[in-house]
Design a protein. Structure first.
Length: 120
């Protein structure tokens, strides 16, 4: 599909472009870029700007696995993004609840595990 290398496309995905569809993704989305990644951080920032509810997190010391190469930027940025989605935080900022004004969020699956709760 992609070809022999991510650095030189030659397969069936060579001319595939879905960038025009980014404006249709209407959920909070965090796009993460890193200085030493083969995915251009400027393009990652651009992608975040095309998303109606997009945010960009830059990891200046990271590469493709920024969670390992730049955890000091990656994890605080990720945690802040997740926290910003809580109904309480949205209410403090004067933003409507994603579920509806005054409605408690409806769980459709089990809540976060113990390790995840510790991060939040």
């Amino acid at each position: 599909m992609q070809g022999p290398s991510e650095l030189g496309l030659s397969g069936t995905l060579e001319d595939w472009d879905r960038s025009g569809d980014l404006r249709n993704i209407d959920v909070p989305t965090l796009v993460i870029g890193a200085t030493h990644d083969t995915m251009d951080p400027a393009h990652m920032r651009w992608m975040s700007e095309q998303l109606p509810k997009g945010r960009y997190l830059h990891c200046p010391d990271g590469s493709h696995l920024a969670q390992f190469g730049d955890p000091d930027h990656y994890f605080p940025g990720l945690i802040e993004f997740v926290r910003s989605l809580s109904p309480e935080r949205r209410q403090e900022e004067g933003k409507p609840s994603p579920v509806g004004e005054g409605s408690p969020p409806q769980r459709t699956r089990p809540g976060p595990d113990t390790a995840t709760r510790a991060l939040l």
